[in-house]
Design a binder for this molecule. Structure first.
Ligand code: NAP
Length: 247
């Protein structure tokens, strides 16, 4: 129980990778603030699974792309535990389309949720972590942010943006005992990846040296590693968890 006494805030914790990250951090003893956009029921189910490990939880419905909602969420989190030791920027969406057919609103929404939401949460968390003189900020990027992907210029831009944001903030906070890292998943079996066409799935699978998709637990394991106090000398890094896809 290496994270006992710590509090983690995980955005998009109602299902998929976010849920698994919450459960993994709870196994290590961290109390959890579980964010979701609309699926409060899903967040409550995540909370119940975390509480089985004896930790405290708080579910907060908030759109990360809205600065006011993010501010209110961190204020509630502060009331709940007085501190945020670990921030996991996991909330994300896709609105895939080839560039020439991509609507401006679909471009903008993907940037707003994936990238601007990460910016708002980083800003709120950094303020608290600077006061605490301790913190771990971990953002979920993607192999697509490193390699690009046809039909995902909006998503790839947001996920590449997260990497630039991570490295820049890591430099700002390195001397303050706050680390800032990204995890770049490859193909992970969740509702998000399930929505992709069979042809696209086959194309993805053919590019994975390991020969099979990953699971949310694979990502949770990497996040948990970076969240440990012992990972204090690792900052500004992008940890690919992709079966070798981005090599
Ligand atoms: P998912 O199953 O679709 O879950 C997405 C989560 O994000 C949900 O909890 C959702 O909450 C939340 N969310 C969406 N919009 C939000 C908003 N505006 N404010 C707050 N929360 C919001 O996706 P996933 O596959 O677990 O993906 C999690 C992260 O990993 C994403 O950042 C994704 O881009 C990244 N990733 C996934 C894969 C993959 O293959 N699955 C690969 C690379 C990277 P609600 O349930 O309330 O809508």
């Amino acid at each position: 129980m290496t994270l006992k006494g710590q509090t983690a805030l995980v955005t998009g914790g109602s299902r998929g990778i976010g849920r698994e990250v919450c459960i993994r951090l709870a196994q290590e003893g961290a109390d959890l603030v579980i964010n979701c956009a609309g699926s409060l029921h899903g967040a409550e189910e995540t909370a119940a699974r975390c509480e089985a490990y004896g930790v405290n939880t708080l579910c907060i419905q908030a759109d990360v792309s809205d600065a006011v909602s993010c501010g209110a969420m961190f204020a509630q989190a502060k009331e709940f535990s007085g501190r945020i030791d670990i921030l996991v920027n996991n909330a994300g969406i896709t609105r895939d389309q080839l560039l020439l057919r991509m609507k401006e609103e679909d471009y903008q929404r993907v940037i707003d949720v994936n990238l601007t939401g990460t910016f708002y949460c980083m800003k709120e968390a950094s303020r608290m972590m600077l006061r605490q003189k301790y913190g771990r900020i971990i953002s979920i990027s993607s192999v697509v942010g490193l390699r690009g992907n046809a039909g995902q210029v909006n998503y790839a831009a947001a996920k590449a943006g997260i990497i630039g944001m991570t490295k820049s903030l890591a430099k700002e906070l390195a001397a303050k005992k706050i680390t800032v890292n990204a995890v770049a998943p490859g193909w992970i079996e969740t509702e998000m990846s399930e929505a992709v066409s069979d042809d696209a799935k086959a194309a993805f699978l053919s590019q994975i040296p390991a020969g099979h998709p990953g699971s949310p637990a694979d990502i949770a394991h990497a996040v948990c590693f970076l969240a440990q106090p012992e990972s204090s000398y690792i900052t500004g890094q992008v940890l690919c968890v992709d079966g070798g896809m981005a090599m």
